[in-house]
Write a protein that binds this ligand. Structure first.
Ligand SMILES: Nc1ncnc2c1ncn2[C@@H]1O[C@H](COP(=O)(O)OP(=O)(O)O)[C@@H](O)[C@H]1O
Ligand SMILES: [Mg+2]
Length: 237
């Protein structure tokens, strides 16, 4: 495992109004690793990611990123400091072109790279290069997902949060997204927290897993040790 954790959630509690959604969540992403957060619909996975990026405030416990308690930081500051986020449903700007969507990501880059989209992005996502002038909304679901990941990477994140990147996407494109994550892993510059319901995908990519049920982590460990009984009990419908 990586020597020091890039992300530590410590006894995190989050509520919507009166209802407590996350209960004492402890979760660690070691530096340079891929961790997955698994669980059925409605257990609190998206809430967890939103709290890490600062779109929701915790009511107890802490979010620690690269050694800093970021609880009171605004989302923009967290982005600049290196937390990249690809929301569930992708959330690209449908009326902007692919290039304009990418430029939005570039603006989040703290090193002020400024001078256009770097070539590595098109190496990772060749499909985007041929579509720069197209409206984001005209892309297929899979292409939009790739655009959303590319946009997040342009901020040069040290931690990338992916919320169900395979949701509603055809198998051939799922494979491409998997390859992209494998390459990111090999490059070793970004750690990843992956929320997934597609178990095999998470299994192949993640070094460690967390299983959530009703806002609590009920099982965690190395992905290679994730057993059939745990899957049956907490993940299959
Ligand atoms: N804006 C909201 N206001 C109130 N309750 C919400 C809101 N968003 C989500 N919830 C509730 O919080 C729980 C966790 O939701 P979510 O984090 O989206 O689950 P998951 O991503 O695991 O499917 C669910 O019970 C959901 O109904
Ligand atoms: Mg969700």
């Amino acid at each position: 495992m990586g020597e020091h954790p890039i992300l530590v959630l410590d006894q995190l509690n989050v509520s919507y109004g009166e209802s407590l959604i996350l209960r004492d969540v402890n979760l660690t992403v070691p530096s340079g690793r891929v961790a997955c957060l698994l669980g059925r619909n409605g257990v609190g996975k998206t809430t967890t990611l939103k709290t890490i990026v600062g779109l929701l405030r915790s009511t107890g416990g802490s979010v620690n990123f690269d050694g800093a308690n970021v609880n009171r930081w605004a989302p923009e500051k967290r982005t600049k400091y290196g937390i990249g986020y690809v929301p569930q449903g992708r959330d690209i700007f449908p009326m902007l072109t692919v290039e304009e969507n990418l430029m939005v990501g570039l603006q989040a880059c703290s090193t002020g790279r400024g001078n256009g989209i770097p070539r590595e992005i098109y190496d990772l996502f060749p499909v985007l290069k041929s579509m720069l002038g197209r409206a984001g909304g005209d892309l297929s679901g899979g292409q939009q997902q790739q655009l959303a990941i590319a946009r997040a990477l342009l901020g040069e994140p040290r931690l990338l949060l992916l919320d169900e990147p395979t949701e509603g996407i055809q198998p051939s494109v799922i494979q491409e997204i998997e390859q992209t994550i494998v390459r990111l892993k090999q490059q070793g510059t970004v750690s990843i927290l992956l929320v997934e319901q597609y178990l095999e995908f998470a299994w192949r990519l993640a070094d460690l897993y967390y299983v959530m049920e009703k806002g609590s982590i009920v099982s965690h460990g190395l992905t290679k040790d994730l057993d059939e009984a745990t899957v049956k009990k907490h993940l299959t419908v």
